[in-house]
Each structure stands twice: as C-alpha cells, then as structure tokens.
Design a protein around this ligand. Sequence first.
Ligand code: GTP
Length: 314
Amino acid sequence: MLLFEQALNKLQSGVMILDSELNVIFVNHWLVESFTQVSVVQGSVLTELLPELSSQRIYTCIRQALDRGLPAVLSPALNRTPLPLYSKGKTDAEPFAQMIRIQPIKHDNKSYCMLEVQDVSTMMHRERLLNQQAKKLNQMALTDELTGVANRRCFNSLLEHAIAEATRQSSALSLLFFDIDCFKLYNDHLGHQAGDYCLSKITRVLSEHIKLTQGIDRAASLARYGGEEFCIILPNIAPDDAVAFAESFRHVIETIGLPHPASPVSSVVTASFGISGFKAGKSDTFTSIVLKADNALYRAKASGRNQVVLANKE
Ligand SMILES: Nc1nc2c(ncn2[C@@H]2O[C@H](COP(=O)(O)OP(=O)(O)OP(=O)(O)O)[C@@H](O)[C@H]2O)c(=O)[nH]1
C-alpha cells in the first residue's frame, strides 16, 4: 500500500479517492499542490471545502458514481475547469483546463469513487493554435491573394451551392463574367504594379457597390476567375434583370476613372460583361452556364468592349 501511495504521489496528474460522505480518503501530492486556494487533505470533506461544487455537474457525476456505480468523464470542451486548480505560482490566473475521470469503486460493500485529474491546458492551447492555423489556411486556400476576393476554387463551390439553392427553391440565378478591357496594353504602358493596383482597386470598389446595391441578394459574390477575368454570382435575379445590374457595375468601373492612355476604347479603364443564367428544370448545368457567360463576354469584346451582352436563351 505504501508503495502504491508513493507511486501515486509521484504522478504529474491528480488522484483523489472519496467515500460516500465525500470524505477525502486519499489525495496525491500533485492535486494537493494544485488546490492552491483551499487545503484539501486526507480527512477533509470535499463539499465543506468547496460548497460551490454542490450545484455543479462534477457533483452530480460524483454522486452517480457513489450511488449508482456509474463512471463519468468531464471533458474540457464542456467543463473547462470543474475544480479550482491552478498551476504552481499562478494563483491570479484562471484555473487550468482539466480532464476528469470519475470511477466508482466497491470495497467491503462500501462505495468509493476515484477522481483522476489531468491538466490539459497545454493541449487545449495547442488545439486552439491548430484551429486558428487551419482556419487561416482554409481562408488562404479560398481567397485570391492580390484582390482579397474569392478565388477560382471558391467560385466553383459558391456556384455549385448557388445552383443547388436555385434548384431547391426554383429560384432565379444569374452569372456575370467580366474582363478588364485591353489589360495587356495597360500593363505594357503603365507596368505590372499599376496593373495589380488596377485589379485590386476595381474589385474593392465593386465589392462595396455590390454590398450596397438594393435588390442584390446578400449571398451575391464576386470572384476572380483568373488573370483579369472576374465573375459575379447573383442569386434570385433572372438574367434579363441582371442586365441593369451589370450596366451599373460597368459604369462603376468606368467611373473609378483609372487612366488607360493606351486603350482604343476609352481614356479610362473599362470592362466588358457577359451574362448567363440558370433555370431549374431546364438543361442548364454548372458547365453550360459558365460557358454561356464566357461566350457572351467574348461577344461583348468582339462588339467593341465596354459593354454588357446577355447570352442567347437557347
Ligand atoms: N498586373 C497584372 N496583370 C495580369 C495579372 N493577371 C493577368 N494579367 C495580365 O492581363 C493581360 C491579359 O491580356 P489579354 O488576355 O491579352 O487581354 P486584354 O489585353 O485585356 O485584351 P481584351 O481582353 O481583349 O480586352 C496579360 O498581359 C496578363 O499578363 C495580374 O495579376 N496582374
């Protein structure tokens, strides 16, 4: 027995044995030292030292172990700090996060329970960091680095989701593709850095405009499809009605007034738009509406640029 107690006292985790009156029959050194604000020793009555426990889940679990022989685990996700346990030398800080196992024990026809307590604060801290990093990586994987809008991968899942919603609710959906006019000339004349600035400025202004325009669903999204080509998903808007919105987007880009000295279209940066739509029950698919919007954009380019073209309703 002595050897057994000595071993328990060397643990870097807590062990406490209670009888059915909640008298502390045994408590190891680690746990005594972690109760920095109360003196829990052999012979103490736990609920007298810590009366607040009576209204907490740990008390219910201890009682169930003693009265009904039921084991329990208090995980830190739901019960972060069931006991007022503190790391040595850190009495002002929060109690550390704990994982507590409660085991019923029967001996000589009497009921006891054993509490095993682990300090899981380091593990929880690591888990929090990993979650934050995972969130950041996920965000990076879905965001275009230059402009901060959704990237192509994100666009794919946004459009798939929008199509599924439009199908489920038999609602309208428009897809806009737009492309900066003569952007190669812009880069050639003003430099790649100015080109980068132009792309981020346009997306910033347009994002704000989309957010503030009445009649546009909050689920509308702007994404970079690739290079200087972007797309806008407009849920709950039929392609015919999307024309007016696309005209306003085209106008917003023109009104930013970024000088484009080499453009044969205008003295400022402009963009061309193609629109297609999804209609539930028709043969429209993800690929077909992307293709139609892209073809409409191509026609806008071929017809002189800085304009909006609606895809044929075939
Ligand atoms: N600065 C900058 N340029 C880019 C970026 N991505 C693509 N481009 C440039 O965009 C230009 C696209 O050129 P084109 O596809 O010929 O199109 P365009 O000159 O806009 O001609 P139209 O589309 O027919 O009006 C290329 O010169 C690319 O290098 C980028 O992230 N930053």
